[in-house]
Write a protein that binds this ligand. Structure first.
Ligand SMILES: [Zn+2]
Length: 266
């Protein structure tokens, strides 16, 4: 059983401020460790359930956060950004049996995490796919569907877990915190590890089939930028149009084209 894990940090237990999730700050070290421990917990659950190979994508900021030496063997770690349109799901292909998402966070415009955003925290106000506010979870969930890989687990803040459960029926979720204004109310970091390990074990011990849905046949994208200069530039992407000074629209029946748009305009 071959497992793919995409890992962010804003939904890791405890993270509350940008300093805590940005390399170079003393506060970051504690949460880099917790991020790594949550990955280890998921790997342990997956191996106990019969996983034979695990590929981990470090998918936050520089993508050089997870402490490789602490990871179990029989895992491989993707660090940095290749600039492939799969972005946070780089190297995912149809050879994987399941994908898991760890440390995921509330979407742009959401109130469920003080660090809520979608792809770019400074440039993007909101991003809609088919008139539905889109999270990084949704973007990457559709990428997994493109490769026919079921997404079976997510951990992160309460809001992203609820959002994922609405989109992906049957997904296993572990909520490690709830955002309240600029604060977070967290479970104990060790409880997060225990819950992630047991939920991953349970979901991967069950049937992996029956979780795959069909991709939408048509994608209608609107991106609202924080400033009009970014929208103006993005409107020159082939097929994109400027709807209003800060809003760009794009339509396609091909999700890879949507991911290409995101790669160049988010
Ligand atoms: Zn992040």
């Amino acid at each position: 059983m071959k497992i793919y894990i995409s890992v962010d940090i804003e939904g890791v237990c405890g993270t509350t401020t940008w300093n805590e999730v940005t390399r170079g700050n003393v506060e970051y070290l504690e949460f880099q460790q917790q991020m790594t421990r949550e990955v280890i917990a998921a790997c342990e659950g997956a191996f106990e359930a019969g996983a034979t190979e695990i590929v981990i994508k470090d998918a936050h900021d520089t993508a050089c956060n997870i402490i490789a030496d602490d990871l179990p063997e029989n895992t491989s770690l993707i660090r940095g950004w290749s600039r492939h349109p799969y972005m946070m799901m780089q190297e995912l292909d149809s050879s994987f049996d399941a994908a898991l998402m760890l440390g995921y966070h509330s979407l742009a415009g959401g109130g469920g995490n003080p660090l809520a955003h979608t792809m770019s925290s400074s440039r993007i106000s909101t991003l809609d796919i088919n008139n539905m506010p889109a999270s990084e979870f949704l973007i990457n969930y559709y990428t997994a569907m493109l490769e026919k890989v079921p997404v079976l687990f997510i951990s992160g803040d309460r809001e992203i877990c609820d959002h994922a459960a609405e989109i992906a029926p049957g997904i296993s979720t572990v909520s490690v915190k709830t955002g309240v204004g600029a604060s977070t109310v967290n479970i104990h970091p060790k409880s997060a590890l225990r819950m992630i390990k047991s939920a991953v074990f349970e979901v991967l011990s069950g049937s992996l089939s029956g979780h795959l849905e069909d991709l939408p046949e048509w994608f209608n994208i609107t991106i609202d930028y924080a400033n009009n200069q970014d929208a103006y530039k993005a409107s020159f992407y082939p097929g994109a149009e400027l709807i209003s000074p800060r809003r760009v629209g794009f339509e396609s029946d091909n999700y890879l084209d949507v991911l290409r748009l995101f790669l160049f305009t988010l």
